[in-house]
Design a protein around this ligand. Structure first.
Ligand SMILES: Cc1cc2nc3c(=O)[nH]c(=O)nc-3n(C[C@H](O)[C@H](O)[C@H](O)COP(=O)(O)OP(=O)(O)OC[C@H]3O[C@@H](n4cnc5c(N)ncnc54)[C@H](O)[C@@H]3O)c2cc1C
Length: 407
């Protein structure tokens, strides 16, 4: 069978499905992508209010992600970056912490001992240095334990863990107890230590849009796949179609016992009036359980009319009240002298990140190949992130190309 004659279906137009299609196309294959919703990008989603981008759930591209560096054109994305640090508001006081070696503005905060003790600061620098030189394969070969146990073992003080690690990494892992694997912690820490946290100027949606813009493959939107069996794709409409190869990016082929467990978030956006300096920092509020992070989106992406837009990201897995728009506003009012002008949007994303016990860097062949005609990919097969979605999308495509070349 030649490349032209091979009929390949991809279920899902998220980042992993799009990267799989792109990699197959580079080898001369074309695919048909079936997408349930009316848009591409899956969990990477931006809505535009008066042409201004609001991401559906706060997320960032870590520019050090190896797969993203291979696959994306960063210049074309016009990335806007956060400073490598965080602002912490605790007991009515604001502290800034950050890596003084990466940003000179953090030298003064390096001397502020309210959040981190001298020993915590030394350990933070040592950890960054150790992880910069630790290879990704060594990170994922290490024994997995909870991030909380890992940090305690490293000797960080309970105060620093509560005031910095829990809110900062809780916001990334979308769980505040830090039960997420230490492998994921080391990987993300390494990415933060060696690159930037960035958002494209026109929102995260530009990432899948950029990949899709390279494709010739047909993307069939509003195509809800209900089953995949014996080389056949079954649709909600009761139709079915035959393919030589089927790639499942949504886990529809998983056994019941392996079904994905999810972590969620709720993200609120407000137009606000506040007297402050632009600082491109994520603000953490360790005293308020359930709020993951706060940031002024307009610090990174100025609004054409000068509006200030605040994003508040909450942890959907804690007390549901904390995710409520009015209650969140009240909490934020207790932190800043701020006037809420307009509630722009609230987005609930119950299935944001897969909850994985001991993640690998990328999916194994056993995870990827189900049988001669059916393959699987997606971020949930390894260290759930944009990087995992891209790595696994590329890896499944290369496996298929190799399998087809042997036939
Ligand atoms: C709020 C939030 C915050 C995040 N933060 C970060 C972050 O800061 N950094 C980071 O690296 N990652 C982050 N992520 C994770 C990142 O977005 C995902 O890892 C990545 O987008 C997953 O891509 P995917 O293709 O594997 O899955 P998905 O994006 O879920 O793609 C699956 C696609 O399949 C479609 N589909 C589902 N069911 C069907 C069906 N029955 N038939 C046909 N199509 C179907 C879906 O509509 C979707 O388009 C975050 C995610 C969210 C939601």
């Amino acid at each position: 069978m030649t490349q032209n004659e091979t009929n390949i279906a991809i279920i899902g137009a998220g980042v992993s499905g799009l990267v799989a299609a792109q990699t197959l196309e580079k080898a001369g294959y074309t695919t048909t992508i079936f997408e349930k919703s009316n848009r591409i990008g899956g969990r990477v989603h931006t809505e535009y209010i008066d042409d201004y981008p609001l991401d559906v759930g706060f997320q960032v591209l870590l520019t050090a992600y190896p797969a993203a560096q291979r696959i994306l054109d960063y210049d074309a994305l016009e990335l806007r970056t956060f400073l490598p640090g965080a602002q912490i508001i605790s007991s009515g006081k604001t502290h800034t912490i950050g890596d003084p070696l990466r940003h000179s503005g953090f030298w003064s905060s390096a001397l502020d001992s309210n959040i981190a003790s001298f020993s915590d600061k030394i350990k933070t620098l040592q950890l960054a240095r150790a992880l910069k030189s630790k290879s990704i394969s060594d990170i994922f070969a290490a024994q997995s334990q909870s991030t909380l146990d890992y940090l305690k073992e490293k000797g960080f003080s309970q105060k620093y863990i509560n005031q910095f690690f829990k809110p900062f990494f809780g916001g990334i892992f979308l769980e505040n107890e830090l039960h997420t694997s230490s492998r994921m912690f080391e990987f993300i820490y390494k990415m933060f230590a060696t690159g930037d946290a960035a958002i494209p100027k026109n929102g995260m949606q530009m990432i899948p849009n950029q990949i899709a813009s390279t494709l010739k493959s047909k993307i069939q939107l509003n195509s809800d796949v209900v089953n995949v069996k014996n080389s056949q794709v079954f649709f909600e409409s009761s139709e079915s179609k035959n393919f030589d190869i089927i790639i499942d990016t949504i886990g529809i082929t998983l056994d019941q016992k392996d079904k994905i467990k999810w972590k969620g978030t709720v993200n609120h956006y407000y137009e606000v009036d506040i007297d402050r300096k632009v600082n491109q920092l994520i603000t953490l509020t360790p005293d308020i359980d359930g709020i993951n992070s706060i940031h002024f989106v307009t610090d990174l992406i100025p609004h054409p009319t000068g509006k200030q837009i605040l994003s508040i990201s909450t942890n959907a897995n804690t007390d549901t009240q904390r995710t409520d728009n009015e209650i969140v506003k009240r909490y934020v009012n207790s932190l800043f002298d701020i006037r809420f002008i307009n509630h722009l949007a609230s987005y609930a994303v119950p299935q944001a990140l897969p909850d994985i016990q001991s993640p690998n860097y990328s999916a194994t062949i056993d995870n990827l190949k189900i049988n001669e005609s059916t393959y699987r990919t997606g971020d949930y097969l390894s260290a759930g992130s944009l990087n995992a979605a891209m790595e696994n999308g590329e890896k499944v495509a290369k496996l298929i190309i190799s399998d087809l070349s042997i036939v």
